[in-house]
Design a protein around this ligand. Structure first.
Ligand code: ADP
Ligand code: MG
Length: 679
């Protein structure tokens, strides 16, 4: 080994310390070379440079395979003596032989940190013997030893030095005189004397440490983790908290954004597709080709049939719901114009639901304790407890539109309750708000299970009906409230398929006979509305009618059901900062140990990076499983909270999300450890 003009300057905050000022040495013979010098003259610095643990100026050539007995003990303190030795050699006979020779048999299965300094020194020395390097660097090897142990160690070194080169740093002149084959004296960063005491053979390169494979590294990682179980557990706990918090954040952010988009589009009516006549001049009651048609310019071909609508829904999976055919309906004039059924159908009008007529006989007899909810302020209770029904202007204007959910559609943004399977309904938030106001409820939950009356009314004199011809209103149970807010209409959803709701069935006997001049489709929020409208328009192909996106006026931002999800980002950033800080603190806390262990691994053929990745992966896998286990009940708690505050469920379990979050944290941990422990 040739050292040429080695210089080292430590840059401290206040001053620069020139620890080595140009050292040139040829170190190429077996035997013990002692580097002697007072404390602070740069001996340790020189050893660290030879061992590749410090940067320097100058050149070093032909460094043989070496082992380094540092002043501090570079051992895995939490692992047992034998595990530390197994790191280097698999040969148990060899290990037992040396343990015996150095009187460490009884300590074999004790943790290194429980040993005395002398014992640790010996373990380190045995490890070096097992390693069989060409060069052994020892920094103050006897410093921590009592006389007997120091002599034992030096005698062993002396024996060993016949075969290999030993460079030994000490300030102990007596010791060097006794054992040295060459003494190099240093002072203040320079060599002042170099004397050869015994000529020795030329040294050799030594036994190259074999590169360790994945399996060896994995075994070591497991041993390492198990050896400090409390620390490993706290790491798993920290990782679990991190994975879980990030998982919750991503979940919250995703779901709240989605719901906020939902409420925005529902509120603005963008997701409503309607049929619009090209000419809208009203001329009610016009008679075209056997059907009575409202708009000029429309012909029989412009009317929509039941079959067409069913087919359109089938062809467009983005359709959530169709207006329950409660717009104007027509039957062939020849057989039905003067028929009572036809008259009922006409009455079954756009303006029909949710209002009550001034014939209140059907409702007046109800007992007070039966929840009668009429979605208007037409109902009031007198002081005597009687129910009276007021026919007010508001009754006329608070129209309710009935929709049929497309078959199997389950993804309406519900605030509370669930998609109904029977004749019960989902009401939108507008309707729910109105009922709450009228009936004095203070939460949406109170509405679930309550009865609502869907009645028909008419504008007096618009058609020539007498009140007696009014159809019997029907009672429906409220199964859910949807987070839909629309100033256009109040909405009630049945979940019985297109035109299969009981209300419709009470009016229309023969679906094939029905013709509509107006249809409304609600499509999934966030869809390409224009494209769907275009496709529907092409499908219906009505000469004088366009099927187009409803240009909603919108409720304005102040009505947005969900506050801006970007507020959640602050929560996210705080979570990430806290997690980051916790990791950085814990890694900085263990920095010294990490560096030490990394050096050991490097010396004995292990890849510190591989060990780091394997260890982190194992911690992440365990933490990921733990997170998955707590995600269930915790998610339920959060969803319960959300539901109490009229939000949709915030949490939905997603394995890919959990895995991605774990991976990110794992990569972060690994990179952080690499940065903090140095490359
Ligand atoms: P020795 O081992 O001979 O006692 P060192 O090599 O440890 O001496 O130190 C040589 C000089 O370099 C001393 O003045 C010491 O204070 C300084 N020194 C050693 N290590 C550092 C360091 N990491 N940062 C700054 N100065 C250091
Ligand atoms: Mg020193």
């Amino acid at each position: 080994m040739k050292l040429r003009n080695i210089r080292k300057t430590y840059h401290n905050r206040n001053n620069d310390v020139q620890a080595l000022k140009g050292i040139s040495l040829d170190l190429d013979t077996n035997g013990i070379t002692v580097i002697l010098g007072p404390s602070g003259c740069g001996k340790t610095t020189l050893m660290n440079i030879i061992a590749g643990r410090s940067d320097y100026e100058g050149t070093i050539e032909n460094v043989p395979e070496y082992d380094y007995l540092t002043q501090q003990f570079n051992l895995f303190e939490d692992m047992t003596v034998v595990d530390n030795l197994l790191l280097v050699s698999d040969d148990m006979n060899d290990i037992d032989h040396y343990l015996n020779e150095f009187s460490l048999v009884d300590q074999k299965n004790r943790k290194v940190k429980k040993l005395s300094n002398g014992q640790k020194k010996r373990v380190q020395f045995i490890r070096a013997l097992l390693h069989k390097p060409g060069l052994l660097l020892c920094d103050e090897p006897t410093a921590a030893l009592d006389h007997d142990n120091a002599v034992l160690l030096m005698e062993e070194m002396k024996k060993l030095s016949d075969r290999i080169q030993i460079i030994l740093v000490t300030h102990d002149i007596l010791l060097s005189k006794q054992y040295a084959d060459r003494i190099i004296t240093m002072e203040q960063g320079v060599v002042i004397r170099d004397e050869i005491i015994h000529e020795k053979q030329e040294s050799h390169a030594g036994n190259r440490m074999k590169k360790r494979n994945l399996k060896d590294t994995a075994v070591l990682s497991v041993k390492n983790m198990v050896s400090r179980l409390p620390h490993t557990c706290s790491q798993i706990l920290l990782s679990t908290i991190s994975i879980f918090s990030l998982f919750v954040f991503c979940n919250l952010y995703g779901n709240v954004s989605k719901q906020s988009n939902y409420s925005e589009t529902f509120a603005n009516g963008e997701n409503m597709i309607v049929s619009v006549p090209q000419q809208t001049t009203s001329s009610a009651g016009e008679n075209i080709s056997g059907y009575r048609v409202k708009y000029t310019g429309m012909t029989t071909e412009d009317l929509f049939s039941y079959d067409e609508i069913v087919q359109a829904v089938k062809d467009h999976p983005q359709i959530i719901a169709v207006e329950a055919f409660n717009s104007r309906q027509y039957v062939s004039e020849t057989d039905a114009y003067n028929d009572l059924e036809y008259q009922r159908m006409k009455m079954f009008d756009l303006n029909a639901y949710g209002a009550v007529s001034d014939d209140m006989s059907w409702a007046a007899d109800r007992p007070v304790d039966s929840p009668v909810l009429i979605p208007s302020n037409s109902l009031s209770v007198t002081e005597a407890g009687e129910r009276t029904y007021l026919y007010t202007e508001l009754v006329k204007t608070s129209r309710i539109q009935v929709f049929d959910l497309a078959n199997g559609y389950q993804d309406l943004p519900l605030i509370c309750g669930s998609i109904p399977e029977d004749d019960s309904v989902i009401i939108d938030q507008n309707t729910a708000d109105l009922i709450m106001k009228n009936e004095g409820y203070d939460s949406y939950e109170q509405l679930i299970g309550k009865t609502m009356i869907l009645g028909t009314c008419y504008y007096r004199n618009q058609y020539e009906f007498t009140p007696q011809q009014l159809y019997e209103p029907i009672e429906v149970r409220i199964a859910a409230v949807a987070g839909i807010h629309n100033d256009l209409i109040r909405m009630v959803f049945f979940n019985k398929g297109i035109a299969r709701n009981p209300l419709f069935a009470t009016v229309v006997q023969d679906l094939q006979q029905v013709r509509l001049d107006y249809v409304r489709f609600i499509v999934q929020p966030g869809s390409d509305y224009a494209a769907i409208a275009e496709s529907l328009d092409a499908f219906f192909h009505k000469p004088n009618v366009d099927v187009t996106v409803y240009q909603g006026k919108g409720l304005g931002k102040e009505h947005a059901f969900y506050k801006s999800p970007s507020g959640l980002l602050i929560y996210g950033i705080i979570v990430i900062l806290i997690i980051g800080c916790m990791y950085i603190i814990s890694e900085v806390f263990y920095r010294k140990r990490m560096i030490k262990e990394k050096n050991i691994l490097h010396t004995y053929g292990y890849s510190p990076l591989m060990e780091n990745i394997l260890r982190t992966s194992m911690i992440m896998i365990l933490s990921c499983i733990l997170s998955a286990v707590i995600a269930g009940p915790a998610g339920n708690l959060i969803n319960e909270f959300a539901s109490k505050h009229y939000y949709q469920p915030f949490m939905s379990f997603s394995l890919p999300l959990l895995l991605i979050v774990s991976l990110c944290i794992g990569v972060f941990m690994t990179v952080l450890e690499r940065i903090i422990a140095g490359r």
